[in-house]
Write a protein that binds this ligand. Sequence first.
Ligand code: FEO
Ligand code: CA
Ligand code: CA
Length: 631
Amino acid sequence: MTETHLDIPSFDDYDEVNSPRPAATDFDTVVDGAMSRRNFLGGGVAFGAAALVMGSTALTPLRAQASDRLGFNAVATNSMDTVTVPSGYNWQIVAKWGDPLWSGAADFEQETRGTGETQERAFGDNNDGMAMFAYGERTILTVNNEYTNRSIIYGNRDSKLPENADDVRKGKAAHGVSVVEVAQDNGHWSIVKDSPFNRRITADTPVALTGPAAGHDLLKTEADPSGLSALGTWNNCGNGRTPWGTYLACEENFNGYFSASADGWEQDAAQKRYGINKEDWGYAWATADERFDVSKHPNEPHRCGYIVEIDPLDPTSTPKKRTALGRFKHENAEVVLANNGQVVVYMGDDERGEFLYKFVSAGSYTVGGDNTDLLEDGTLYVAKFHDNLRGEWLALTEPATGMNNKAEICVMTRQAASAVGATTMDRPEWISANPNKIEAYCCLTNNKNRGKKPNKGGDETPVGGPNPRAGNNYGQIVRWVPDGGDHGNTAFAWDLFVVAGNPHVHEDDYAGSSNITKENTFNSPDGLAFDSTGLLWIQTDGKYSNEGDYVGQGNNQMLVGDPDSGEIRRFMVGPRECEITGITWSPDRRSLFVGIQHPGEKGDSHYPDGGSSVPRSTVIAIRRDDGGLIG
Ligand code: FEO
Ligand code: CA
Ligand code: CA
């Protein structure tokens, strides 16, 4: 069946509809601010729009050099409806949306795309962040199922939307997390049906609320007057993993599932900041589950937007929402240790003009000790970048934020960060720390509003610092080195690893930094992970029109960067209308697992099965033809 071609707004665009550009914000005023700061610095490092062509230290820190370290032949861009990998590599499908996890469960049905019951026993939709865990000889893959494309999962309905309670049940079950044992047979990976580790966590699975906000009035609802236990997790984007063997799922666009049925309902300032609106984004969950009606249950949205800690090796364990790590549109959670053993978690808030955070645990990690509650308590910090390539982490304390207690800071985290004057960023996506060096990298995927419009809290978004271009449609990757070689330090130095751009179209700032060429051009870096050798894998979630500003960039892709030389080379191209997101390795590092999310989101893909089949998100494994190590 051919999908209707729908012009589907992105997550950010949904919020945009409800947050139009205020007339009071004058683009010129904002740009003038950045310019005068340049003048103030006089003669020093140049910032802002002109800096790219001037070759400033900040914006072209690296000159790409040919190196053998990347070790593969670059893949050219294309717009084909399949996966392309370099010569000498091969790929295979490991798991697809709707694959049953138990032998009694039904196979995916093309015509109906499943029911509530079959989806509850099957691999979820739109796989995103993932991590592999070893249990003896067994390998357990834990995968976020971020969201659903309504036009695909409900493609059997005339409206292309959920039309009854079972449709909503199916949608809720397609979200959450899939825990699946996988095994290799003759080099081919597949799901081990009926494994005792197999588990589906959905939007209805009981979860515990933990940390400073647990039990606070803001988290209490009619169904849970204790404020200690909630139901489910959804819209988990990137992920994290802890040194003590747990998985972190990161709740991102949780707001799009809520709606308000009451006549005359209007959002308050806090709801506006988090994008809670009268209409949901087409999921219709409130039609079958009243807790998603904010006019009846206004505290329910306070119970999501967190990092969720899951023990993938204990299928009976209760997932824990860790409120200490703050409430916002979490992208991923990169866990490292400070030199004194405190746990440091770097986290981005993926919305235009929102912030970059880090959490530092109160307790310290001890090898072989009880580390199970290290994410229960600690201090949240937010990043402030200065134009002189220095930066600092500002603690979100009661005196600094003007808030009454830690619980409020953990629930209204965006407002707390605004109060301390954090730097508004170009949509912080994944963060990854270099295993060979004390430094971390973050994808700033794009921000069409940079220099044009404040964030939803009214914070200005001036051009400058790590966000150097107005109307930034290509994105960049910022990196920072904490002072003293210690992730626990609150001071850091920063620069830009790459400013993406398109030299086919532009010769100015929008051509990108010097390590962008016509051969490796891309837009909208999103997924990001270092491998064990210290190479940086970059995944994109951007425009795939291959027209206009995006000519020669083709479908979304995955590239590999050398953090030392700055060289970037394209490793993979995905099928049509997908994004590439999620990356993990087999324990022997001979298989690289990568996520293909939302192929055909606008109706132009039949990946992976071809013909007239329904497009399905998949986890694939990439291997070298010679069986060698891959990262
Ligand atoms: Fe789910 Fe920010 O991407
Ligand atoms: Ca993402
Ligand atoms: Ca994205």
